[in-house]
Design a protein around this ligand. Structure first.
Ligand code: PLP
Ligand code: CA
Length: 304
């Protein structure tokens, strides 16, 4: 890869990179926004790329919202021109996988926020209804649905021992699929706090079931395949922009895309350099080709 990677670029060099690409894939949190605040200059950068004829896609591991709710979030944060078809979340892609690849017959037992359940239902997939267990119900007498053929784990603020117990019972059947929306370990919150990510919940179920989940979100290739199946992307002319080396940059590398790390989110330039300087060959997959301070730099470059 060019110069071994980790090259800080802006201005004319960044313009040259953008001109060589037709499609730009943006991670959301840490790149486009941080929580409920847009990254300064991001709406303008997205608009400018579109005005120059680029196709723009959003690939997020955040499974908590259905696509339609992302459209509203984009609009609320000042992105006037983002439509549902451009948004690929790990919840939407999990549902697409179950419908189109696994061609699931039977039900899904889903651990996850309402966004996961909504996307599954929108894809026409049968989901085990979440219901409050009565006071006499416990792990040895709770009802199990005989039609379950897949377990899907995503971020779930109502995760419980009972959900974990039921999921590992379903996974006793080796024919029952085990999927994870994403492997993210944690996410930054405001004020220096963090929240545990889907990956931590999946890890609990992996231990309990002695099985490994198949990951749908970044860094797995499936999200790119999902976009490609609808929009016919060429990896050579696509760019992945992300803030987390272990998910976004590895995703780009796995899919054969050029990669850009932005410094408005989780990973730092120093961490990227540590991977670059590592003697372990597999660490090279964590090294971005390029580094920018913010995607606001795209705007500045395009105005040159
Ligand atoms: N999942 C959850 C629950 C999150 O809160 C976040 C970020 O805030 C993510 C995943 C990561 O999203 P992204 O892939 O857009 O960075
Ligand atoms: Ca991110």
């Amino acid at each position: 890869r060019a110069s071994g990677g980790c090259q800080k670029i802006r201005g004319a060099q960044l313009l040259e990179l953008l001109e060589s690409k037709h499609d730009v894939l943006f991670d959301c949190d840490g790149v486009i926004w941080n929580g409920e605040t847009a990254v300064a200059g991001a709406p303008e950068a997205v608009r400018a790329l579109k005005q120059r004829g680029k196709r723009v896609f959003f690939v997020t591991n955040n499974c908590t919202r259905p696509r339609q709710s992302y459209v509203q979030k984009f609009a609320r944060l000042g992105f006037a021109d983002v439509n549902e078809q451009e948004i690929f979340s790990s919840a939407y892609c999990s549902a697409a996988y179950l419908r189109d690849v696994a061609t699931l017959t039977g039900k899904v037992f889903a651990i996850g926020c309402p966004g996961v359940h909504t996307e599954l239902r929108d894809a026409g997939i049968a989901v085990v209804e979440e219901e409050e267990d009565g006071p006499d119900v416990n792990i040895s007498n709770c009802a199990l649905d005989p039609d379950v053929r897949a377990v899907l784990v995503g971020y779930d603020e109502k995760f419980s021992f009972m959900k974990l117990a039921k999921a590992c019972c379903y996974l006793r059947d080796s024919e029952c699929l085990f999927l994870a929306t994403d492997p993210d370990p944690w996410h930054p919150l405001r004020g220096g706090r963090i929240t545990p990510g889907s990956g931590s919940l999946t890890a609990a179920l992996e231990t309990a079931s002695s099985r490994k989940a198949m990951v749908i979100g970044k860094p797995s290739r499936f999200m790119f395949e999902c976009i490609s199946s609808q929009f016919d992307l060429d990896p050579e002319s696509s760019l992945m922009v992300g803030d987390r080396l272990e998910t976004d940059i590895v995703f780009g590398v796995n899919c054969g895309l050029s990669t850009v790390l932005t410094l408005t989110g989780v990973s730092t330039f120093e961490q990227a350099q540590v991977y670059k300087d590592s003697d372990e060959a597999e660490k090279k997959d964590f090294v971005p080709d390029y580094v920018v301070e913010s995607i606001a730099d795209f705007m500045e470059a395009l105005e040159e």
